[in-house]
Design a protein around this ligand. Structure first.
Ligand code: COI
Length: 364
């Protein structure tokens, strides 16, 4: 899919007078370094979204009464741009991310954004900071579009003013483990979301809700939490900040989107690939007891998390109520690796993009 600058939008660009030094690709971890520019746009009741602009990256000034600081009316999304061996910079499924950002806005009572303008913000800012897209295998440019309520008011109701901004960060692996298996602990006490709550939206509050349980798991020697459903503490929900998939026998199971679970773009991409390959894929409720039972029977073949940040993260060990379950001998499974390679191959423009998921960022 190619793209030409959308003439509908006038987006003035003010370039920085003080470009920063770009870190070496080898030194990149996740989310610590930011590029030279930021895209910003404002909303006011009666005026709508206005003044889209690209300006030098700078600190915001927020009034201490700004609503986001008090009631967390905030959403974000996360997607990536990749530099292929051919030098081309490609966004992965940008429209899906822009649409999801709007869904999150709706759930948080944030005024709808023009998806075309959000897409334009991705394309133009990545083009302006194109040199920041790293090229080493496993690195990319992470895009973090965010909307915050920004009205100076302490009453509890949807704000009347908002700021949309997009920042970019050259990134390496999200987990120190990279594609190596992680140890996860099923949380029987803490929950991240409940159906009817915010779990399906990409909103700051969900991540705040996850911190305590994640720290408990870390203290117990685990990398991440396997979240169980918020009502019965019985069914798999998500893992860390990712969707979870389990291969039992020849069936690959992932929890259905039940209102508590984020509709992951990597989740969707992986389900699509597996269906293309003729695999038996089920989106259904799966209990922790079913996983343990499968492990006892020897049919628990593989388990992995899927997300934009890590792509695929294999699970090598699962802890639950004092039990320790080793999956695939603690090694990355064959299907997990195949899925990682397939997604990464498409992202870097090395394999056929049959579904048109990548979009080259055209030089402006
Ligand atoms: C992802 O796995 O893509 C995430 O959502 C992680 C992000 C919150 C850092």
């Amino acid at each position: 899919m190619t793209y030409q600058a959308n003439p509908k939008f006038s987006i003035p660009v003010t370039r920085t007078a003080h470009p920063k030094t770009r870190p070496a690709d080898d030194s990149l971890s996740f989310g610590t370094v930011f590029t030279d520019h930021i895209f910003v746009m404002d909303y006011e009741e009666g005026k709508g979204w206005h003044d889209p602009r690209i300006i030098p990256y700078e600190a915001f000034s927020l009034d201490p009464a700004s609503s986001v600081l008090h009631y967390a009316q905030a959403v974000f999304d996360g997607l990536k741009a990749f530099r292929g061996k051919d030098g081309e910079v490609r966004l992965f499924r940008p429209r899906k991310h822009a649409e999801r950002l709007n869904k999150s806005c709706e759930r948080l009572c944030i005024p709808e954004l023009d998806v075309e303008l959000v897409l334009e913000s991705f394309r133009r800012l990545v083009d302006v900071d194109r040199d920041w897209v790293p090229s080493k295998a496993g690195t990319s440019l992470y895009l973090r579009p965010t909307v915050i309520a920004n009205e100076n008011f302490l009453g509890v109701r949807p704000a009347k003013a908002y700021t949309y901004f997009l920042i970019l960060s050259p990134v390496g692996p999200y987990y120190a483990e990279g594609i190596n298996p992680v140890k996860i602990l099923a949380a029987d006490e803490y929950v991240r979301a409940v159906p009817g709550g915010l779990g399906a939206a990409k909103t700051a509050a969900n991540y705040a809700a996850s911190l305590y349980g994640a720290e408990v798991a870390k203290k117990a020697g685990y990398t991440q939490v396997l979240w169980l459903d918020g009502v019965q503490h019985k069914y798999l929900d998500e893992v860390g900040t990712m969707n979870i998939m389990v291969k039992i026998g020849d069936e690959i199971v992932t929890p259905a989107l039940n209102g508590a679970i984020l509709a992951g773009v990597t989740r969707d991409s992986i389900l699509t690939l597996m269906r293309d390959w003729g695999l038996k894929v089920s989106e259904r409720a799966i209990s922790i007891d079913e996983v343990i039972e499968a492990s006892k029977k020897g049919t628990l073949a593989e388990m992995w998390g899927t997300g934009t940040a890590a792509v695929v993260s294999p699970v090598g060990e699962l802890g639950y109520k004092g039990q320790k379950i080793i999956i695939n001998g603690g090694k990355t499974g064959e299907l997990t690796q195949k899925l990682y390679d397939a997604i990464v191959g498409i992202q870097y423009g090395q394999t056929n993009d049959a579904h048109g998921w990548t979009e080259p960022v055209v030089k402006g």
